[in-house]
Design a protein around this ligand. Structure first.
Ligand SMILES: *[C@@H]1O[C@H](CO)[C@@H](O)[C@H](O)[C@H]1NC(C)=O
Ligand SMILES: *[C@@H]1O[C@H](CO)[C@@H](O)[C@H](O)[C@H]1NC(C)=O
Ligand SMILES: *[C@@H]1O[C@H](CO)[C@@H](O)[C@H](O)[C@H]1NC(C)=O
Length: 372
């Protein structure tokens, strides 16, 4: 999905000159939260920490033109999105609409429009008073993390042009600038004047967000607990310049697994090779289909006589490990050399045969002879 859709403007409501007061917004949120709480009678806590995150990206082209796109993520699952060609919430999971009635979703949408209106106005005001150069981009990440022990942590961080700019301290109810420059301090002081928005935000991060995680964890259980088994192969990266006894890299490529946590280790003669110089890892990288991949490499001396095995541990494997051996039975020292020699001989043989048949082809056509 593109980060920014086509030219998108908030509909009428965003342009409304009289957005509701924060007090009214707080009241709406209270009602929503009360509904959530009442409907999901003490929902269970998640078995592992879960984060609900709203991402918001705004491009301020100039003082009168802004593009906006937002999305919600539960852990690594994209659940909702919004771009302001319509400014409507889109539901990206079959269960993403559950937990609230259509009317409540409409109220929430309205609330977001008012928030966006205020955000746009505040940022433009700061930009104009501080002589910030257009265009610029803001990125916001707002949400909460709920732990199995019932504690939670709310966050609201904003960056400008890719740099950390300001964060909300949900416990203290205060904005804190990341940098000490005039612009950041001005923004910090301006936002801290607005006590009612700070209270609303505190409530949103500590109550509404946490209730919503609990509700989603119930409704989206199946998606969240999806298990995809890893597929792993071991191969050797061709040794560097021919003839030099340079270390060989054994690569264990593991892909297609979900969820993300995984453990990949190398065993030498059955003993785990400790972390350090010989082992390196690509880190866990995303695939396009919401599974993950990782490569782990081990440097070995060609023909050292040891056996090597890649071991993969993942929640989808039901307590068992995947073991992919690269034993000395598959000797890559002399074996590889023999392989290359045989390969070269085969190529040479094919070349000779082709050359001969072409020659015969030419010879078959005698000068002066015509062909139909
Ligand atoms: C503001 O930016 C938009 C989009 O880039 C452009 O169409 C518009 O003409 C600009 N307006 C002014 C006043 O510069
Ligand atoms: C953002 O604010 C500016 C200035 O206050 C206003 O002219 C513009 O219409 C607003 N844009 C959106 C998308 O609300
Ligand atoms: C709850 O769990 C989180 C994450 O595991 C931990 O950081 C926090 O200290 C715990 N809090 C309490 C009160 O046990």
């Amino acid at each position: 999905m593109g980060i920014l859709g086509p030219t998108s403007r908030c509909p009428d409501i965003c342009q409304s000159p009289n957005p509701p007061s924060p007090a009214r917004m707080l009241l709406s949120l209270l009602l929503l939260s009360w509904e959530w709480g009442a409907r999901a009678a003490s929902p269970p806590l998640p078995p592992a920490s879960v984060t609900l995150r709203l991402l918001q990206i705004n491009v301020f082209h100039n003082a009168s033109s802004t593009d906006m796109e937002g999305m919600a993520l539960l852990g690594d699952l994209e659940t909702h999105s919004m771009d302001c060609s319509t400014c409507q919430i889109r539901f990206l999971q079959p269960w993403a609409q559950r937990g609230l009635t259509p009317k409540e979703w409409q109220d929430l949408e309205l609330l977001i429009h008012h928030y966006l209106f205020n955000f746009n106005r505040t940022v433009n005001r700061i930009a104009q008073q501080q002589g910030m150069a257009y265009p610029f981009i803001t990125q916001g990440s707002l949400g909460c993390e709920l732990h199995p022990n019932g504690t939670s942590r709310g966050f609201d961080d904003t960056g400008v042009n890719g740099e950390d700019f300001i964060s909300f301290d949900a416990d203290a109810g205060k904005w804190v600038a990341w940098q000490g420059d005039k612009l950041a301090l001005y923004a910090q002081d301006l936002l801290n004047l607005d006590k009612s928005t700070a209270i609303t935000l505190q409530f949103l991060l500590r109550m509404t967000c946490v209730n919503q995680i609990k509700s989603f964890v119930q409704h989206g259980k199946e998606s969240l607990e999806r298990q995809e088994r890893p597929v792993a192969v071991v191969f050797a990266r061709a040794p560097s310049p021919a003839g030099t006894p340079a270390p060989l890299l054994l690569v264990c490529r593991v892909t297609g697994f979900y969820p993300r946590p995984i453990r990949v280790a190398w065993l030498q003669d059955g003993e785990e090779v400790g972390p350090g110089g010989r082992v390196s890892s690509s880190g866990i990288l995303p695939n396009a289909d919401l599974t993950y991949q990782l490569r782990s490499s081990l440097a070995v001396e060609p023909g050292d006589g040891h056996s090597y095995t890649c071991r993969v541990e993942h929640s989808s494997l039901g307590g068992q490990s995947l073991l992919i051996p690269w034993g000395h039975s598959r000797g890559w020292g002399p074996g590889l050399a023999v392989g290359i020699t045989l390969g070269a001989l085969a190529v040479a043989a094919v070349a000779v045969v082709l050359w001969r048949s072409r020659r015969r082809g030419y010879q078959d056509v005698r000068p002066g002879e015509s062909r139909a």
